[in-house]
Design a protein around this ligand. Structure first.
Ligand code: MEV
Length: 423
C-alpha cells in the first residue's frame, strides 16, 4: 500500500499524474497518455478548467447535444443537453416535435423564494430567546447591508427572518429560518455569506451556533409546466386508450415508490441534462426535487396526468433553484453558449425551460413504456454504441443493423454477426 501523501495539491499536474501512475495505475502503461488525450490544446481554456477544482489531472467529456423544436409559451427554443445516456436527446426532440403542432408547452413560475438557516442550540427560557430575536431582527438585516447592496439594487435580498423552535424534534434546537429572493443568480454564496454574518451578530453566551447554510429544499421556488390536447390527437389509432394508459402509468408511480423513483429518474434525465449544460448545480436540483417528490410523506410522481372531457393534460410541478448569472454560468464557455442558445433567459425563464425538459422526457418514457416498450428505442442506440466499440465501418454497420433488426441486442450477438460479415 502506498504511503499517504501530504502537500499533494502543491505538486504540478505532471507530478500528480506521475504519482497516480506510479501508485494507483501501475498496471496501465497508457494511463498518462489517456489523461493527456483529454487536455485541451488551447492553454487558456485548459487553465480555466484546471482552476475549477483542485488536483485537476484531465477533463471528463460528456456529449453536448441539442433538442430542437420546443415551443414554450409560444416561443421557439432549441434546448442544450449535456448527457451520456443515448436515448435522452432523441426522446426530447421527438416529444418537442409531437407537441409543437398541439399548442406547445405552457409553463409558469409559481414562486422564487430561496431558504437559508442558522442552526443553533439554546437551553434557556423560550420567551427570552423570542424577545432577544425580536429586538435583534433589524440588526440581523442591517449587518448584511454591504453583502445585500447589489442584490437589493436588482430587486432581490432578504425577504424575512423567522425564529423557529425545533425543540420538539431535537432538544435545545432552534433556527433562524431566512428567506431570500436572489433574482437571476442561484445565490448560494450570497445566501451563505448573509447567514454567516447573521450568525455572528446573533450569537451570545446562551446562543450556541452550530452551522449556517442555505437549504437545497426550496418548495417555494416552484415552477409548473404542462401540455394538453384532445385525446384523439394523441394517437393515430386509439387516443383514448393511449391517454388511459398514460394516466395509469402516473397513477402507478403515485402509489408505488419503486416505480416512482424510476419514473422520476426519467424526469431527471431531461432536467439534469439542461441543468448541466447551463452550468447549474445538478446535485442541488436533484436533492431538492426528490425531497419535493416525498413532501406528502410518501415518495410520489413529479408529474400528473388527467383526462377530462376528452382533453388529455400532462403536467409537472417542481422546485428548481437556478441561476443564469454568476458561477459556472458565466465562466464555462459552453454554459455561456447554452444560455445564448436560449436567448439569455432570466432564471425564471430557465426554470420554465428546464421543467419542460423534464416533462417532455417523462412523456417520452411513458409513451414508450406503455406502447412499444422501452427497449425498441434503446436497442437502436445500444447497437450503435456496440458497433462503435467494435470499430465497424459504415458498410458493416448497415449490414449488422439489417441482420439484427427487431432482435434483442447484446455485445456478443453483435460481435458474432460482425465476425461472420468480416469472414
Ligand atoms: C431510463 O433512463 C429512464 C426510464 O427508466 C424512465 C421510466 O421508466 O419512466 C425509461
Amino acid at each position: 500500500m502506498p504511503k499517504l501523501v501530504s502537500g499533494f495539491s502543491k505538486l504540478n499536474k505532471e507530478q500528480k499524474i506521475e504519482w497516480l501512475s506510479n501508485y494507483f495505475l501501475k498496471d496501465n502503461v497508457n494511463a498518462s497518455d489517456i489523461l493527456r488525450l483529454y487536455w485541451n490544446s488551447d492553454k487558456k481554456l485548459q487553465q480555466l478548467h484546471d482552476d475549477f477544482i483542485e488536483n485537476t489531472v484531465s477533463n471528463y467529456y460528456m456529449p453536448f447535444g441539442i433538442a430542437p423544436n420546443f415551443i414554450i409559451n409560444n416561443k421557439h427554443y432549441t434546448i442544450p443537453m449535456a448527457i451520456e445516456e443515448s436515448s435522452v436527446v432523441a426522446a426530447a426532440s421527438l416529444v418537442a416535435k409531437f407537441w409543437s403542432d398541439k399548442g406547445g408547452f405552457k409553463a409558469e413560475v409559481i414562486n422564487t423564494v430561496k431558504v437559508g438557516q442558522v442552526h443553533f442550540m439554546y437551553e434557556g427560557d423560550k420567551a427570552v430567546i423570542e424577545k432577544y430575536f425580536s429586538e435583534k431582527k433589524s440588526d440581523l438585516i442591517s449587518i448584511t447591508d454591504k453583502i445585500t447592496e447589489n442584490m437589493r439594487k436588482r430587486g432581490g435580498g432578504i425577504l424575512d427572518i423567522e425564529l423557529r423552535d425545533k425543540t420538539k424534534d431535537l432538544e435545545h434546537y432552534y433556527q433562524l429560518h431566512v428567506t431570500f429572493e436572489t433574482k437571476d443568480s442561484m445565490g448560494a454564496n450570497f445566501i451563505n455569506s448573509c447567514l454567516e454574518a447573521m450568525a455572528q451578530e446573533f450569537k451570545n453566551d446562551d446562543v450556541k451556533i452550530v452551522m449556517s447554510i442555505l437549504s437545497n429544499y426550496v418548495p417555494e421556488c416552484l415552477v409548473r409546466a404542462e401540455v394538453s390536447c384532445k385525446v384523439d390527437q394523441l394517437h393515430p389509432i386509439d387516443g383514448a386508450l393511449f391517454a388511459k394508459k398514460m394516466k395509469q402509468a402516473v397513477d402507478i408511480a403515485n402509489v408505488d415508490p419503486h416505480r416512482a423513483v424510476t419514473h422520476n429518474k426519467g424526469v431527471m434525465n431531461g432536467i439534469d441534462a439542461v441543468v448541466i449544460a447551463t452550468g447549474n448545480d445538478f446535485r442541488a436540483v436533484e436533492a431538492g426535487v426528490h425531497a419535493y417528490a416525498a413532501k406528502s410523506g410518501k415518495y410520489k410522481s413529479l408529474t400528473s396526468c388527467k383526462v377530462e372531457n376528452d382533453v388529455f393534460t400532462f403536467s409537472i410541478e417542481i422546485p428548481l433553484a437556478l441561476g443564469t448569472v454568476g458561477g459556472l454560468t458565466s465562466t464555462h464557455p459552453l454554459s455561456k453558449l447554452s444560455l445564448e442558445m436560449l436567448s439569455n433567459p432570466s432564471a425564471k425563464e430557465l426554470m420554465q425551460i428546464i421543467a419542460v425538459a423534464g416533462l417532455a422526457q417523462n412523456f417520452a418514457a411513458l409513451r414508450a413504456l406503455t406502447t412499444t416498450g422501452i427497449q425498441e428505442g434503446h436497442m437502436k442506440m445500444h447497437l450503435g454504441n456496440i458497433l462503435n466499440q467494435l470499430e465497424a465501418t459504415p458498410d458493416e454497420k448497415e449490414k449488422v443493423t439489417k441482420e439484427l433488426s427487431g432482435q434483442t441486442v447484446s455485445y456478443s450477438g453483435v460481435a458474432d454477426v460482425l465476425k461472420k460479415i468480416r469472414a
